[in-house]
Design a protein around this ligand. Structure first.
Ligand SMILES: Nc1ncnc2c1ncn2[C@@H]1O[C@H](COP(=O)(O)OP(=O)(O)OP(=O)(O)O)[C@@H](O)[C@H]1O
Ligand SMILES: [Mg+2]
Length: 144
């Protein structure tokens, strides 16, 4: 059986560095547009990847945004070294945020990132270990 063509990309994420926050998600969006992914799908992926990347910038120390594109789906991982999430169910609730004031002053911390990821992705899984870090995994299928 022929192997499926896949494209893989990875972008580093630096915790606390708002000057390049979101760059990985915009690079990913450009790549997806260049390979001709449906614009609506590319937009959903970019929105969810942006929220995942920003969470690493805001809440963790360092990480990587990875994506794997196959003909049937796009998979995205945001993996970080960070504090982990003590209560994932609580973190998923709209409006829940532990972002400090200096981050809220930049316009983040509405507690809408994870709910937004869930809304945009076709699947979302979070693996987190306290004191070590978090992996947010999402996949997107080409739905009309
Ligand atoms: N990668 C992460 N590492 C540690 N904690 C996280 C991580 N991602 C999310 N959290 C926790 O989950 C909470 C909710 O995340 P969510 O993205 O929904 O909101 P937010 O980042 O606080 O605000 P917003 O995304 O609206 O700017 C965060 O405030 C934080 O406590
Ligand atoms: Mg967030």
């Amino acid at each position: 059986m022929a192997e499926q063509a896949v494209l893989e990309v990875a972008y580093q994420i630096v915790g606390g560095d708002f000057s390049q926050a979101g760059d990985g998600a915009s690079r990913l969006k450009r790549v997806l547009q260049q390979i001709g992914l449906a614009p609506a799908l590319a937009r959903r992926i970019a929105v969810a990847a942006y929220e995942a990347e920003l969470n690493v910038v805001i809440h963790a120390y360092s990480g990587v945004l990875k994506a794997k594109v196959s003909p049937v789906k796009v998979e995205v991982w945001a993996e970080d070294q960070g504090p982990g999430i003590p209560d994932v169910e609580l973190a998923m609730q709209e409006g829940y945020s532990t972002a400090p004031d200096h981050v809220r002053a930049l316009g983040f911390g509405a507690g809408m990132g994870l709910p937004n990821m869930r809304r945009n992705a076709d699947g979302l899984e979070i693996k987190t270990v306290l004191g070590e870090g978090t992996v947010v995994y999402m996949y997107f299928t080409n739905r009309a």
